[in-house]
Each structure stands twice: as structure tokens, then as C-alpha cells.
Design a protein around this ligand. Structure first.
Ligand SMILES: Cc1cc2nc3c(=O)[nH]c(=O)nc-3n(C[C@H](O)[C@H](O)[C@H](O)COP(=O)(O)OP(=O)(O)OC[C@H]3O[C@@H](n4cnc5c(N)ncnc54)[C@H](O)[C@@H]3O)c2cc1C
Length: 422
């Protein structure tokens, strides 16, 4: 078959209308599709950023890691090429006695190794898409509460670090690995949300959504891998916030309603004196939620759930040895289906729209990528007057029901300066 391949713009192909441009441009900050862009991103990372990967890789915002995952997932970058370039640098730095460089390259190659490990697991244990690798979680009594799931998706749990991560995920389609661990652990350990629901939501929202890596990540945090987090491990988001975002900059970036909270209280606004809350324009339960669950209660519920799991497991084993039929309750745990009560017209904003400060000045025709965004960090700190009006915009905690399946279509409802949450 012969024929001429012609080049057409996205507009000519009718793939994007005016209303979709702004939300698409925000996704473009993390990924600009195309081989030339992927090669450029790889070269830039290897030459300028790999050297400091070991020191920077735990910073939550911006360019602390390679940001190559969407390119690798979509095959725009061969993982062998990434490996080869990083390995070459590692050899060079070892030869030069550059300890920092050598350590950075080793850690980066290890990260690539995790990706290979995810492939190995799924190839060797294909059922891990549906079931945990360790059989223990089969009997775990998940709390399949759609309202908790929704609060988590919308970044309205009342735990600022978690909420900031979930809002960044929705706005840009990308969050740092550490944030993925924090928000997924919160869902599974604090709220007892079935890990498969979270995995599905990540699958719907991540630009780098990758079946094997997603499975590995969710099983890693939910205690179903032999070398992952223990099932009983529950991390306190307040403590993690102090550790990974001590000044609260990441939170301020993604939660405009907390932008004026002092660093001392930003990770636990529920403890802040009323005078501090008032001065910061925060009304708990009004423009920012109270914690969805108390940490001590969450610990207790997790412990009870683990005991219940053991009991059910023992009872099931006992009954199956008497040749009785065993029904696995978790097999019936379906991800909630979503039906929008009313279809939101395109371009309309709703009461649950959230304003993302950094999106305000984006030009839709020239989306800065994540790296550029980071170097311009100082320029886009939210100004106080804007935040004052922002928090009034999110004063209503909505009751509308919608699901992960709607994520892509709802994204299109965003206006220039705001976006709908799932
Ligand atoms: C719950 C959860 C879900 C995840 N879902 C995905 C997913 O859908 N797609 C995805 O690509 N990654 C996923 N990850 C892994 C990891 O978070 C991302 O690969 C990483 O954050 C991508 O950013 P980067 O390219 O800057 O990473 P870098 O730190 O620069 O790492 C370089 C490359 O190594 C690979 N990599 C790094 N860490 C991991 C890891 N833990 N597991 C697998 N591969 C890794 C990626 O291909 C990445 O691009 C998930 C992690 C968790 C905890």
C-alpha cells in the first residue's frame, strides 16, 4: 500500500476545542509528547540533573527527579537507552572519583530497576492485577465507603499534605514518587479503601499510568509484597508533612485556602489557635475540611481490621478443611460506578471547582514543562490578595456523586483558571 502522510495540526484534526486548551496545557507541564522532546528531556536530565539526583530526589516539587516516566511508558524513550546513558555516566564518575555522581547514578539505575522488577512480578504472577501477591489481604475487611473515596480523590481529607498531592495529581497528571507513596498509604491504611480502587484512580489520572508500575506501587504500600511496607505500618501525614515539606511550600502551592497558614500549623491546622486560623482566613469545616479521621482512631481501626483478617482466614481454613464452600467477600468488591446527577455543561464551573494558583498565568499555546516551572519558582508564589478570594471559591464541600470513570470527561469542564475535581 502506498500513500502520502500529511502533517495536520491538532486544531485541523478537531481533537481539541477551545475549552479543552487550558486543562490540556496544564497536563503539558509534565509531558510534551514526541520523540524529539523525549530525547531533549533525557539529554537535559543526564547532563544537568543526574549528578544531584541522590541529594534532590526526595524533594517533593519540580525537577528533583527525571520526570521521564511518561516518555518511558509510551515507548518514546527506550529504557535501554536511558540505562546506557546513566551507566556511562556512572562509569565516568567512578573513574573520576566523583562520589556524589556515582551514588546518584546508582540510585537512578536502581529506580529503573524498580520498573523492571514490576515487569518481572507481573510476568511471573499475572494475577497480581486483581489479587495481592501475598494471599493475606484476601481476607482483609476493606471499608468500601464511596464518600471517603471521593474525599480522598478530591483532596478534601483535611490532611494538608495528602490533599495537596491529590490536587496536584488532578491538575497535572503527575506527582512525585514520595507523594504517590504518601497518598496511596493514606487511602489504604488510614481510610481502609480497597487498594484496587486507588490503583484504578491512579490509572485514570496519571500521565505515566503504567499497569505494572501501578500494581507494584499499590501492592508495595498495602502490605502485599514481601519486600514492601508491612501491613500494620501506618504513617502519620502530619509527621511526613514536617519531614518532606517543612516550610509548607508544597501545600501552599496546591491548597490556596491554606496559603496564609504559618509553617508551624500548616501540617495540622486542626490544632491551630482560633486567632491563627482567623488571621489566615481558614475556617475549618467551611473552606478547608476537618480531618476525615483521627490518626489514633485510624490506627485502632487498622489493628482491628488486621485481627479480623486473621480470624476470617483461620475460620475459612477450618471450614474448607471440612469441605465447605468458601466465598471470598473481597471478590465482590467492585470499584464504584459513577453516574453524574446532572451533566455539567462544558466550560461551566461548579461549587467544587478549585483554583490552582500556578495555572493562573499559563499561556495555553506555550505550556512550560515541569522543569521550567520549577526554575521560575519564585515568580509564581501565590500572592496574598488572590488567595483571599481563592478560599471563598472553595467554601462549599460538595455532595455530588461522581467517579473515577468520569475523570477524563470532567477534566474538559475546566475553565481557564480552575479545574473540576473528580
Ligand atoms: C502507588 C504508586 C503508583 C505508581 N504508579 C506508577 C505508574 O502508573 N507509572 C509509573 O511509571 N510509575 C509509577 N510509580 C512509580 C514512580 O512513582 C514513578 O515511576 C516516578 O515517580 C516517575 O517519576 P520520574 O520519572 O521522575 O522518576 P525517577 O526517579 O527519575 O526514576 C526514573 C524512572 O525509573 C522508573 N521508576 C522509578 N521509580 C519507580 C518505581 N517505584 N516503580 C516503578 N518504576 C519506577 C520510572 O520509569 C521512572 O521514570 C508508582 C509508585 C507508587 C508508589
Amino acid at each position: 500500500m502506498t500513500g502520502k502522510v500529511e502533517k495536520h495540526s491538532i486544531e485541523q484534526l478537531g481533537l481539541e476545542d477551545e475549552l479543552e486548551k487550558s486543562s490540556n496545557s496544564s497536563l503539558g507541564r509534565s509531558w510534551s509528547p514526541g520523540w524529539s522532546k523525549s530525547d531533549k528531556a533525557l539529554a537535559e536530565f543526564i547532563e544537568n540533573y543526574l549528578l544531584h539526583y541522590s541529594g534532590n530526589r526526595l524533594n517533593l516539587g519540580g525537577d528533583s527527579t527525571s520526570l521521564l516516566s511518561p516518555y518511558i511508558h509510551f515507548g518514546e524513550l527506550s529504557v535501554r537507552k536511558v540505562f546506557q546513558l546513566a551507566r556511562t555516566k556512572q562509569i565516568l564518575w567512578t573513574h573520576e572519583g566523583n562520589i556524589i555522581g556515582e551514588e546518584s547514578a546508582t540510585l537512578f539505575l536502581r529506580a529503573i530497576g524498580f520498573r523492571e522488577y514490576s515487569r518481572y512480578l507481573c510476568f511471573s504472577f499475572p494475577f497480581t492485577l486483581e489479587r495481592p501477591l501475598l494471599g493475606n489481604l484476601k481476607f482483609f475487611p476493606w471499608n468500601n465507603d464511596p464518600s471517603n473515596f471521593k474525599a480522598w480523590r478530591q483532596g478534601r481529607t483535611g490532611y494538608p499534605l495528602v490533599d495537596a498531592g491529590m490536587r496536584e495529581l488532578w491538575a497535572t497528571g503527575w506527582i512525585h514518587n514520595k507523594m504517590r507513596v504518601i497518598v496511596s498509604s493514606f487511602a489504604v491504611k488510614m481510610l481502609l479503601i480497597p487498594w484496587k480502587w486507588g490503583m484504578k484512580y491512579f490509572w485514570d489520572t496519571l500521565l505515566d499510568a503504567d499497569l505494572e508500575s501501578d500494581i507494584l506501587g499499590w501492592q508495595y504500600i498495602s502490605g502485599s509484597l514481601p519486600d514492601g511496607h508491612k501491613l500494620e505500618r501506618l504513617d502519620d501525614p502530619e509527621v511526613l508533612g514536617r519531614k518532606y515539606d517543612p516550610a509548607g511550600e508544597y501545600i501552599r502551592q496546591w491548597l490556596p485556602e491554606l496559603a496564609r497558614m504559618p509553617a508551624e500549623w500548616i501540617h495540622h491546622p486542626w490544632d491551630a489557635p482560633l486567632t491563627v486560623l482567623t488571621a489566615s482566613g481558614v475556617e475549618l469545616g467551611q473552606n478547608y475540611p476537618k480531618p476525615i479521621i483521627d490518626i489514633d482512631l485510624a490506627r485502632e481501626q487498622l489493628t482491628q481490621a488486621i485481627f479480623k483478617m486473621w480470624e476470617t482466614e483461620a475460620a475459612t481454613k477450618a471450614s474448607s478443611s471440612q469441605d465447605r464452600q468458601v466465598v471470598d467477600e473481597n471478590e465482590k468488591l467492585l470499584i464504584p460506578k459513577v453516574f453524574l446527577k446532572d451533566k455539567v455543561p462544558r466550560g461551566a464551573t461548579s461549587a467544587n471547582d478549585q483554583t490552582v494558583p500556578i495555572l493562573q498565568n499559563l499561556k495555553s499555546d506555550d505550556p512550560p514543562n515541569k522543569r521550567q516551572k520549577c526554575t521560575a519558582e519564585e515568580d509564581r508564589k501565590p500572592d496574598k490578595s488572590r488567595n483571599r478570594s481563592d478560599h471563598t471559591e472553595v467554601s462549599c464541600i460538595d455532595q455530588e456523586d461522581c467517579s473515577t470513570a468520569e475523570s477524563s470527561s470532567k477534566r474538559q469542564c475546566s475553565s481557564t483558571s480552575s479545574f473540576s475535581v473528580p
